[in-house]
Design a protein around this ligand. Structure first.
Ligand SMILES: Nc1ncnc2c1ncn2[C@@H]1O[C@H](COP(=O)(O)OP(=O)(O)OP(=O)(O)O)[C@@H](O)[C@H]1O
Ligand SMILES: O=P(O)(O)OC[C@H]1O[C@H](OP(=O)(O)OP(=O)(O)O)[C@H](O)[C@@H]1O
Ligand SMILES: [Mg+2]
Length: 286
């Protein structure tokens, strides 16, 4: 049975469970459930603190896990990223009071509060800066007000939390994060059976990503305009072109990125395409 770590709370928890559900896996109904066996798919899910997931996976106790890139890197665990999942996108940034230091190179002798002490210490060292790092569990924005630190390094999505705390972002991002699937480093190709199960799990998640990112577009176009039309809708490999009963026309079917769909429909209409329809993709294997 494939053993998979899933975040049990925080920003990763709900979107991770939603994605697994879309991929056809059973998910827990009660937030207090710690382990769930999906007998049909031969998968066992362990609901764990997001921060601990890389540790379990790195130790080899669990086969794969869903966590944030920032948490993986901060853990120092012996695990690697094998698939990007596109949700819980955020950056790790330094922040301080307005009018304070502006850049990591000015941090010498200061104290930096963060929940990402591993990543931040490495970043300071990389820049040859001698500063102290104080590790806090969360709500680090308050550390400046309470005089524990002059600078913080924290997760930023919209920046609202920092603004509300009267702080401003300084310097370049320390790292860019998103939810990722992780696996123990070098686990690839260890045992053929396990490898096949992991590959199948990844294909299912990739199918969800495709289903979320693309729509299916169908339209009719005059035969002599097919080449121009398919240039607008090249699809992932190649669009399907079928003759209509009226030989002067063809029907075209192609996958189009969701965010381009309305613009492409406008352009196809301008070109002369008609009966342009888009439909959602429910599931996919590429
Ligand atoms: N507001 C946010 N928007 C997007 N991603 C976020 C946000 N807050 C946290 N994350 C990401 O989610 C992951 C887990 O962070 P989260 O804050 O949910 O966990 P935690 O701090 O360990 O748990 P908790 O905050 O519940 O104590 C990290 O990878 C982080 O980058
Ligand atoms: O840029 P924003 O959109 O404001 O989001 C970023 C905030 O979200 C997270 O907090 P969380 O709710 O996880 O609390 P925590 O600090 O206790 O982890 C993170 O630690 C930031 O504080
Ligand atoms: Mg948090």
């Amino acid at each position: 049975m494939l053993r998979i770590a899933v975040p049990n709370k925080g920003a990763l928890s709900e979107p991770a469970a939603a994605m697994l559900h879309e991929a056809g896996y059973r998910q827990r109904k009660d937030r207090r459930e710690l382990v769930l066996i999906d007998q049909d798919n031969q998968v066992e899910f362990f609901y764990l603190r997001p921060r601990d997931i890389a540790v379990y996976v790195g130790s080899g106790r669990l086969d794969i896990g869903i966590t944030g890139r920032d948490l993986l890197l901060d853990s120092g665990a012996d695990a690697e990223e094998i698939l990007r999942l596109g949700f819980a996108a955020s950056t790790l940034r330094y922040a301080t009071r307005p009018g304070g230091v502006r850049d990591v190179r000015e941090f010498g002798g200061l104290t930096i509060a963060t929940s990402f002490a591993g990543v931040v210490s490495a970043h300071l060292e990389e820049h040859g800066v001698d500063a102290s790092v104080v590790h806090l569990d969360g709500a680090v924005e308050t550390a400046i007000q309470l005089g524990v630190a002059e600078v913080i390094a924290d997760v930023v999505e919209t920046g609202t939390t920092l603004r509300n705390a009267g702080l401003e972002i300084i310097g370049a991002p320390i790292l860019e994060s998103e939810a990722v699937v992780i696996r123990r480093t070098g686990a690839r190709g260890e045992e053929a059976g396990a490898e096949a199960k992991v590959r199948q799990f990844l294909r299912r998640l990739q199918g969800v990503l495709v289903a979320r990112r693309y729509v299916m577009m169908d339209y009719d176009i005059r035969a002599e305009l097919v080449e121009k039309a398919v240039a607008l809708t090249p699809g992932l490999e190649s669009p399907t072109v079928s003759p209509l009963h009226d030989r002067g026309w063809a029907a075209v079917r192609s996958m189009v990125p969701v965010q381009d769909a309305q613009r492409v429909m406008d352009e196809l209409y301008e070109l002369g395409a008609r009966a342009i329809l888009t439909t959602g993709i429910h599931a996919a294997r590429l």
